[in-house]
Ligand binder design. Structure first.
Ligand SMILES: [Zn+2]
Length: 336
């Protein structure tokens, strides 16, 4: 997670319309007053099946998204004999309000932002330990927080200078976070790093934010993952995996309901699968809540938001077929 800068609910709706997703629901037509109301048919909500020995890859735009979206799923995969790997696209260092709060400084420097990113990486390690996933492989790619959507468009290839973070002043990942030598803040470099990880880990299930997520980095994460999958399939046409999507930012969700259950966001359909629920045991929910509290920098600025995801279930969906072509002339993510 990271904040969505000063956006109103009205502008959020305008952005949602711009995305033009068939999964965004129009308001329901009014029932004609002479039409008899039919009794509601109760169908049990679809359940996300977690096969034994699942190899789960979780794509997190920022440290904490993996636990917000899939903290219960990761525990379930582990307890059913599977393996978990988490890839963090950014260190979550481009967050001026958070750095000011943490460091008590009015004008953070590049060094302050880098220090904040390091702290968030430490928190992500502690969170996974709390989930019982001390042996899970964590990969921090160190791409620019707040800049991913620009990489889907104008900062795609070496035909122009790489993107430079206005926070850390970096134009490439720190050396220790580079999988491929010469990686810079360019879209094709990020796709290639993800393709490398997928080829290496061979996941049977991948959890990534939905493209309708209203945080630009989350939306871009979906595009980069699917671009990387296209690359992998070009070389290995037989490769298959179960892509499931989680969501973190969508209007005022998940605070429409304050109960223990997590219902899907109103106004957003469940993709190709319909919304699927994963019911968590009380122990899994408690561990998820406590893991979220390991993100102390985020708890300091938005504990209420993190706590809102520690419920008795998680929700996922599978995407409808969608042809991803990057770079795109018009990014549906950047204007969010
Ligand atoms: Zn995030």
């Amino acid at each position: 997670m990271n904040r969505i800068c000063g956006r109103t609910a009205a502008s959020a709706l305008a952005v949602a319309a711009f995305v033009l997703s068939p999964d965004l629901q129009a308001s329901a037509p009014r029932r004609h007053k002479t039409q008899a109301a039919k009794p509601a048919v109760q169908t049990p909500p679809p359940v996300l099946e977690v096969p034994a020995a699942t190899r789960l890859l979780v794509i997190a735009p920022h440290p904490d998204d993996e636990v917000l979206g899939a903290g219960g799923l990761m525990q379930r995969v582990k307890s059913t004999g599977g393996t978990v790997r988490v890839v963090y696209l950014t260190d979550g260092d481009g967050y001026p309000e958070g750095v000011k709060e943490e460091d008590h400084v009015e004008a953070p420097t590049a060094k302050d932002y880098l220090g904040y990113g390091k702290q968030r990486r430490r928190e992500a390690r502690a969170a996974l330990v709390r989930l019982g996933l001390a042996d899970a492989f964590q990969t921090f790619l160190g791409f620019p927080d707040g800049g991913l959507c620009r990489l889907t468009r104008e900062y795609w290839s070496d035909r122009r200078a790489a993107y430079r973070s206005p926070y850390t002043r970096l134009n490439r990942p720190p050396k220790g976070e580079m999988l491929r030598p010469a990686t810079q803040y360019r879209g094709e470099d990020l796709s290639q790093e993800l393709a490398l990880i997928i080829g290496d880990f061979n996941p049977t299930m991948i959890a990534v934010p939905r493209r309708e997520d209203q945080h630009a980095d989350h939306c871009a994460a979906w595009y980069f993952l699917n671009d990387a999958l296209n690359d992998v399939r070009r070389v290995h046409p037989e490769f298959t995996t179960d892509e499931i999507n989680y969501i973190v930012h969508f209007n005022t969700w998940p605070f429409e309901e304050e109960g223990p259950r997590l219902d899907p966001p109103p106004g957003l359909r469940g993709g190709a699968s319909g919304w699927m629920r994963l019911a968590l045991t009380p122990t899994e929910t408690r561990s998820k809540r406590q893991a979220l509290r390991r993100f102390t920098t985020q708890m300091h600025v938005m504990d209420w938001f993190l706590d809102g995801f520690a419920r008795s279930n998680e929700v996922f969906s599978r995407p409808r077929p969608f042809r991803v072509i990057l770079p795109s002339r018009r990014s549906p993510c950047c204007d969010q």
